[in-house]
Ligand binder design. Structure first.
Ligand code: AMP
Length: 387
């Protein structure tokens, strides 16, 4: 299959900020962009050529959407296999539906990782309160119970402190299938965003540098590259890149995928989660790298050579959540001018009109002479928004 060249139309399933930044990267290179999601006036739709409004499970609408584009990719992975198959009949779907099928369910994802010989925290699959109690007996407490499907940003999971809470935790999770994971007393959370091209282009592979990630209330708060902590030694970085490569090759990904990992006190890396699309921890590549994660996704799915992942300066990214739009329970307009007064800071807003606590509304990227000064600058600029 020949490369899909500028002038062609890229189809994006999903319409949030990841698709928006992919669309911006694509438009800059002369591609046209179509997006499909159940909403209109979306972050991606605002910068796309055409916005299809339909449910992801509406296979006729997905088929019509796929007929209108040269290749289909994702910014949202929870699209059913049926919908992906409907699209695959009309256009190449990259990554393929089977990649989504594996990564959208924690049981399948863990089985893949384990079979691939990749390191994960000890876990058990549980399908009832009885199985949960048995799993707690095996793994001990604390432990983290996670629904098999549709979880993100800490949703659909709970921490179990002792066995007597098993029934309550199972009831509250309200699911038929889950995994219980041993609690990992990690030193740090890291991620690697990596891309793999088409077979025809020689299946090239390129991984961005490891990012150090800090979460707040289970939501990513800041990402830093290069990693700030000295525990991220060159050996750890290399190993993280090797894990990412093994994941993309063994899952046969054509496109971009993020591997989230825990780094333990003994220097061990454990894979926490896979996301077969651009990732929040890769947003800093938009301003910091020769090729952003979004352009890289586009290059990979269009069969173009992958771009350089070189990062030009130490960089930190701070998320802007909807909470910033409220003060003492009242609406408040963040002080954009004060943040922009930080001359080394780039402001990204996703065009969402309805700020809500916990909702990702935008982010700031800051540069510095080293990772610590980049982080300081990102946090100062974010604090300035509330002045
Ligand atoms: P997840 O939705 O699986 O990415 O989990 C969200 C966040 O919860 C992670 O980024 C960690 O901060 C925390 N977390 C998840 N699983 C574990 C675990 N097994 N042990 C300790 N913390 C965890």
């Amino acid at each position: 299959m020949p490369s899909i060249l500028p002038g062609a139309t890229l189809g994006v399933l999903g319409s949030g900020q990841l698709g928006r930044m992919l669309a911006i990267a694509g438009r800059r290179m002369g591609y046209r962009i179509h997006t499909l999601s159940p909403d209109t006036g979306t972050p991606t739709g605002q910068v796309a050529d055409r916005e299809f409004c339909a449910d992801y499970e509406d296979v006729d609408a997905v088929a019509e959407f796929a007929r209108s584009v040269s290749v289909v990719t994702f910014e949202f992975e929870n699209v059913s296999s049926l919908a992906a198959a409907a699209a695959e009949r009309h256009a190449p779907v990259r990554p393929a539906g089977k990649v989504l099928h594996t990564t959208q369910n924690r049981v399948r994802e863990k089985a893949f990782l384990t079979n691939a010989g990749l390191p994960v925290a000890p876990y058990r699959v549980v399908r009832s309160a009885d199985e949960l109690r048995a799993a707690i007996d095996d793994l001990g407490t604390p432990a983290i119970l996670k629904t098999a499907g549709w979880g993100y940003d800490g949703k659909g999971q709970s921490r179990i402190e002792d066995e007597t809470k098993a029934d309550e935790a199972w009831r509250d999770l309200d699911t038929t299938e889950a995994v219980l994971e041993a609690f990992v007393d990690f030193e740090l959370e890291l991620s690697v965003v990596a891309a793999r091209g088409t077979l025809e282009s020689g299946s090239p592979f390129a991984a961005f540098d490891v990012a150090e990630n800090r979460h707040h209330n289970h939501i990513l708060d800041v990402s830093i590259a290069p990693a700030l902590s000295p525990t991220v030694s060159p050996t750890v970085s290399r190993r993280a890149g090797e894990i990412a490569r093994a994941v993309l090759e063994q899952l046969d990904v054509v496109g971009l995928l993020c591997v989230e990992m825990f780094l333990t006190g003994s220097g061990e890396l454990l894979v926490n989660e896979l996301a077969p699309r651009p990732h929040n921890s890769g947003h800093l590549t938009f301003d910091a790298c020769v090729t952003s994660q979004f352009e890289q996704q586009l290059r990979a799915v269009c069969g173009l050579p992958l771009g350089s992942v070189q990062r030009l300066r130490p960089t930190a990214m701070a998320n802007l959540l909807g909470d910033l739009w409220f003060r003492d329970g009242h609406r408040f307009e963040p002080n954009w001018a004060a943040a922009c007064a930080h001359r080394d800071v780039k402001l990204h807003l996703y065009g969402k009109s309805d700020p809500r606590p916990g909702r990702k509304m935008g982010h700031l990227t800051a540069f510095g002479s080293d990772a610590a000064s980049a982080l300081r600058s990102a946090l100062e600029a974010r604090d300035a928004l509330s002045t």
